[in-house]
Design a protein. Structure first.
Length: 301
């Protein structure tokens, strides 16, 4: 599932999705419309006093993205993606509390704080206060161009690489330097006739190391592992985990590793259409991940 990290501090940065070795065949075109909606909340310290907080970020994000892929033949495909982004205080906090009470997933201390807020702040190595200056609102994000290559033996390991670069199309509160550059390597292997395992690693080089009042590393590593089973001929069930290295460098309490766990369904609707649905939950480094998110995509080949 090609899910992008929508966390508030990642929206203006390139994030790498899980990658399949399957590319669009030569001469074919795939158009995909996808969207997600997530609640972002993270903190470190004692909530009883604002001075004790090492950092806190709170808000919601939504996105819609159009991706067009065209096969060049011999396993090569070109891809262009343009996202429309939103962030603000939102209204999901009550739903998130119900979700965590029902599923037993950790609630990250959310009930200790006021609901439906937007903003972020923290303390640096000298305990001086830093404020995240990101603004709420709607705008385009940076566009993305990618060259994907597929090779290998699908009866054994199918392999793929993808080179990605952002282009400066961002507007409003999401204005960001470009190009961010990304490189991925991924593989897939069948597990019998009704399942496949997918693994991949990659990295991103950010064009800017400072934005919205915070400092970012120049490089960030990412990886994923996914298991896809097919209980029916046209239906797949996916369990997927994704992890990434440190995102913010000037907040010492910020997690150095973050990870997500996603559950999803993929359906072949016939006539070249495909539908995907996913639920995303923070798994590791909950103070730097989307607390709960849902995603949906529809594609036409």
């Amino acid at each position: 599932m090609e899910i992008r990290d929508g966390w508030l501090l990642v929206q203006t940065r390139l994030s790498l999705p899980a990658l399949s070795p399957d590319t669009v065949r030569g001469g074919q075109t795939r158009i995909r419309l996808e969207g997600d909606w997530g609640s972002d909340f993270g903190w470190r310290g004692a909530p009883s006093s604002g001075q004790d907080l090492r950092f806190m970020f709170d808000g919601e994000h939504r996105s819609a993205a159009l991706t067009v892929s065209h096969g060049l033949g011999r396993g090569l495909a070109l891809e262009a993606r343009l996202p429309l982004l939103w962030r603000g205080s939102g209204s999901l906090d009550g739903v998130i509390d119900w979700w965590h009470e029902t599923t037993g997933f950790p609630d990250n201390g959310r009930p200790l704080f006021p609901t439906d807020q937007f903003g972020g702040e923290g303390r640096d190595q000298q305990s001086q206060q830093l404020r995240w200056t990101g603004l709420p609102g709607t705008g385009l994000g940076n566009g993305e161009l990618a060259l994907r290559s597929s090779f290998g033996d699908r009866r054994g390991w199918g392999l793929a690489t993808a080179f990605r670069a952002t282009v400066p199309t961002a507007t409003g509160p999401f204005h960001a330097a470009a190009p961010d550059l990304g490189l991925q390597v991924a593989g897939a292997h069948p597990l019998g006739n009704r399942a496949d395992v997918f693994v991949g690693v990659g990295g991103v080089r950010f064009a800017a190391t400072e934005s919205d009042g915070l400092r970012y590393p120049r490089f960030r590593a990412q990886g994923f592992v996914a298991l896809e089973g097919r209980p029916l001929r046209r239906l797949s069930v996916v369990v997927q985990a994704e992890a990434a290295s440190r995102l913010v460098t000037d907040l010492p309490a910020y997690p150095g590793l973050t990870a997500y766990l996603s559950f999803g369904l993929r359906a072949d609707l016939g006539r070249g259409y495909g539908l995907s649905l996913a639920v995303v939950e923070g798994l590791i480094g909950l103070q730097g991940t989307t607390d709960f998110g849902i995603g949906m995509g529809i594609a036409k080949r």
